[in-house]
Design a binder for this molecule. Sequence first.
Ligand SMILES: [Zn+2]
Length: 247
Amino acid sequence: MLSKSELLQYSRHIILPEIDIEGQEAIKGSHVLIIGMGGLGSPAALYLAAAGVGQLTIIDDDQVERSNLQRQIIHHASSVNQTKVESAKASLLALSPNLKVNAIQSKADKELLNDLSENGFSAVLDCTDNFDTRFLINAWSIHHQVPLVSATAVGFSGQLGIFNQTISSPCYQCLYSNVDLPEGNCEDQGILSPVVGTMGTLQATETLKLIIGLSVPATTYLLKYDALKTEFKRFGVSKDPSCSACS
Ligand SMILES: [Zn+2]
């Protein structure tokens, strides 16, 4: 049930017929797992908190560095040297004091992910920057049937995909079954600050759609963003029958 003050706070959602009171109650009742509190995790977590998600579990093992402030907008100049999860938790609670934040300062390894299995997550957001962790999160998402909202960003480009919505959906690893893994991350290749914000914000949008049932499970696609050309392109993704993760 939404309180009187919540009805006021989320009135611009509730006025949308696609959301209404029912959808806002679903958002309030949801628990979202966000792995990585960097450039993608920052806007994703802030928008999910602002939108009224009831509970967030956030995972990161890093500390805030000055070079993070160029794009990781959940952290502030005063957060340098704090752990990213503590800094993020403070920002999230300042925005939304009733939000439950479970802040875990750890690497997202297999052991930690398995400990999180029984939490009834609505979605897992992959906001990390390396393939080992991405494939681990993908495997966890398949095994626990939690939809995976994945994004990457480097340079002037970004990529977004929603995987593992159903057993017959393609998974993140299906993308790379027959191609070499692309190299590079923001640290060695650079990133235009708001590009990562665009992709993290898209992750929040897709997560809210999953929570209120506005997603179309049959269509798995990859969205590519080219900031230099100001262009979005969508590519269909199909399940790879020889994928070692999902088949
Ligand atoms: Zn697969």
